[in-house]
Design a protein around this ligand. Structure first.
Ligand SMILES: [Zn+2]
Length: 148
């Protein structure tokens, strides 16, 4: 629903700042590694079996590691599909993302769409800034891989 309540730029900034804080806390990083040990990844087996860019599970498609989910009624659906990471973020926020907003995968795994692996940026510019900052953090020993 395009006409759903929109967040002000201030609110968006607050949210992305909050995500940034969460991202860098040791507790959060620990939660991520716990998740990677196999919790909450029921689709992993199918993901590995399916060839690239091929429909591999009812209503889901994979492209370059990213998952698209069938969602024909979505206001920003393309050919009936929407990036799953955007849907997950939308469910979390309770609103539809603007086309200008960017969802980032914290651990760099494009198919890992757990909400705790996702981070919202209000624009491509904010996202790019974060990646420059990420380079700095990596040098300091923080992990921040990326594939958009
Ligand atoms: Zn990114």
């Amino acid at each position: 629903m395009r006409e759903g309540r929109k967040h002000t730029p201030e609110e968006l900034e607050k949210m992305s700042a909050a995500h940034r804080g969460v991202k860098l806390s040791p507790e959060h990083r620990a939660a991520i590694s716990a998740g990677q040990k196999g919790l909450h990844q029921p689709r992993r087996a199918e993901a590995q079996r399916g060839p690239k860019n091929h429909e591999w599970k009812g209503g889901l498609k994979k492209y370059m590691g990213y998952i698209r989910q069938q969602s024909p009624d979505h206001p920003y659906a393309k050919r009936g599909y929407v990036w799953q990471h955007r849907l997950v973020m939308e469910a979390h926020l309770g609103r539809v993302l603007l086309p200008s907003e960017v969802v980032h995968h914290i651990n760099g795994k494009a198919g890992d769409n757990r909400i705790e692996n996702l981070m919202l940026f209000s624009s491509k510019e904010e996202h790019a800034k974060y990646h420059h900052f990420g380079l700095y953090l990596r040098k300091k020993g923080f992990q921040n891989e990326h594939k958009n």
